[in-house]
Design a protein around this ligand. Structure first.
Ligand code: ARG
Length: 283
């Protein structure tokens, strides 16, 4: 069955240019410090993504990159913003820990009142492990975010948090294994083998109609995608997802972020969504 086209809604994103991107350490299986990175190409690929969001009518805010924080381009990990409230990150590895303060600073300087910005008690890697649907916040654990951060997020946001156990080191963040396609209707796509049997059963129960990704598309990091409710920006090599997305009324847009893939991230990792208040009158 082919759906009628879906409706996009305007979004506000926070991104950080890969000015200082490199792979000098390895904290996930995608990172090989012996492989060279083409920095100008990484920048051009990232600019394409930023420009594509703007061309679709979305707002892109920019975070200043810091030298010495090569993974800062993966802005999704720096915080989670829901209903205009900000839960800061606390990184699992020391190599990235200083990114958390840079994000908190950005929010404080950009009109988010202190009362709405929380410095977390427990390890959480922002939207790397938190995904927001209409009904729930889905929360990954197993490699990075602590299960304790799930309770912290539930208490802070006042939304039910569903914990999901990740079991495959290639899919070390929830956003490498699951993507929210329609956040008004609880529609998602995911790769079942990335999850424990119990978490798979939970996903089947919550999302019986979900788009199920193949091993190949997941391995192209195809689930590391961003949807505005209609346009789905995804790593271009995940070709097996295009038709199933179209059949559901989405418009897939393949992006080449090959250089950033060497750090273990793609479209979604580069994109933190700023949800709710704090959203300026739309441009
Ligand atoms: N090199 C980074 C890390 O391992 C990549 C982060 C990717 N971000 C994401 N949202 N999955 O932490």
């Amino acid at each position: 069955m082919r759906h009628t086209p879906r409706e996009a809604s305007p979004r506000r994103y926070l991104m950080c240019p890969p000015t200082h991107f490199k792979v000098t350490y390895s904290i996930n299986p995608w990172m090989d410090p012996t492989k060279p990175v083409d920095l100008p190409l990484a920048l051009a690929q990232w600019e394409d993504l930023r420009d594509r969001y703007r061309a679709l009518g979305h707002t892109v805010e920019l975070l200043d990159p810091s030298p010495g924080l090569p993974d800062m381009v993966f802005a999704a990990n720096g915080a989670t913003v829901v209903d205009g409230r900000v839960l800061g990150a606390k990184f699992a590895y020391p190599e990235r820990s200083a990114e958390a303060a840079a994000h908190l600073d950005w929010f404080r300087r950009n009109g988010y009142p202190d009362a709405d910005v929380r410095e977390p008690d427990h390890v959480n890697e922002g939207e790397g492990d938190f995904a927001v649907t209409a009904s729930w916040i889905l929360a990954g654990r197993g490699f990075r975010s602590s299960p304790l951060s799930h309770d912290e997020a539930q208490e802070f946001f006042g939304r039910p948090v569903i914990g999901l156990e990740l079991v495959d080191p290639r899919y070390y963040h929830l956003d490498t294994a699951l993507c929210v396609l329609d956040d008004a209707r609880d529609d998602v796509m995911y790769f079942p083998d990335a999850f424990s049997p119990g978490s798979r059963a939970v996903l089947e129960r919550l999302f019986p109609g979900a788009l199920i990704a193949t091993d190949q598309d997941a391995a192209a990091l195809g689930l590391n995608a961003v949807s505005d409710g209609r346009h789905v920006l995804l790593p271009q090599a995940a070709v097996g997802l295009y038709d199933p997305l179209r059949e559901r009324g989405y418009e897939p847009i393949g992006m080449d972020l090959g250089e950033l893939l060497k750090g273990g991230g793609s479209v979604k990792c580069c994109t933190q969504e700023l949800r709710g208040q704090g959203r300026p009158a739309h441009r």
